[in-house]
Write a protein that binds this ligand. Structure first.
Ligand SMILES: Cc1cc2nc3c(=O)[nH]c(=O)nc-3n(C[C@H](O)[C@H](O)[C@H](O)COP(=O)(O)O)c2cc1C
Length: 167
């Protein structure tokens, strides 16, 4: 067994309070580069990942994303290239397209953890507004914002953790 890989999988946690410490460009590139290694249906790679580091754009993304609790220092937006999917004969609602968003997300979250970054996936946001803010080509839809940064000292209770606390 690969202890390091298993330890990374079991120790990663979503971080909803991030500090103002910037994300080193080298670490960010490693995380973005890891997306290429996500398993995906038919190896067609229809999930482009848009890197975001511009502070103004990050603030604007927060405005259109109620689920985006952290103030990230960087983000990776996982998209679906629906136009290319149609060319391959996929229906736009083909489950594989969305499964591959998940495999890409899991890969990014683990890669972030591996390089010492905190992360938080967010799917609660306006797809239309995100597309306009990011200048996505027609036929490309944003599906998940992976927030990246460093964990602040104080963390809110993990979602559902209250239910596991002794009473
Ligand atoms: C598809 C998906 C969507 C999610 N959306 C949000 C979100 O909008 N905001 C948020 O704070 N966390 C979001 N999360 C994070 C989950 O709440 C988190 O993974 C879960 O509570 C388990 O916590 P853990 O990852 O730290 O083990 C999302 C996770 C997934 C897989």
């Amino acid at each position: 067994m690969n202890d390091a890989a298993y330890a990374a999988i079991t120790s990663r946690r979503v971080t909803r309070n991030m500090s103002a410490e910037p994300v080193a460009p080298e670490a960010f590139e490693l995380v973005i580069g890891a997306a290429r290694h996500a398993p995906n249906a038919g190896n067609r790679r229809l999930q482009p990942v848009v890197p975001v580091t511009d502070p103004r754009l990050l603030r604007l993304l927060r405005l259109i994303a109620p689920g985006m609790v952290p103030r990230p220092q960087a983000a990776a937006v996982i998209c679906i290239d629906v136009a290319r999917a149609l060319d391959y004969g996929f229906r736009p609602d083909a489950p594989g397209l969305y499964v591959d968003v998940g495999t890409t997300a899991a890969t990014l979250l683990l890669a972030a953890h591996a390089v010492g970054l905190a992360s938080c996936p967010v799917t609660s946001f306006s797809r239309a507004a995100a597309g306009r803010l990011l200048g996505l080509a027609p036929g490309v839809t944003a599906q998940m914002i992976v927030c990246l940064g460093h964990a602040a000292v104080d963390q809110p209770l993990a979602m559902g953790a209250w239910a596991r606390q002794p009473r």
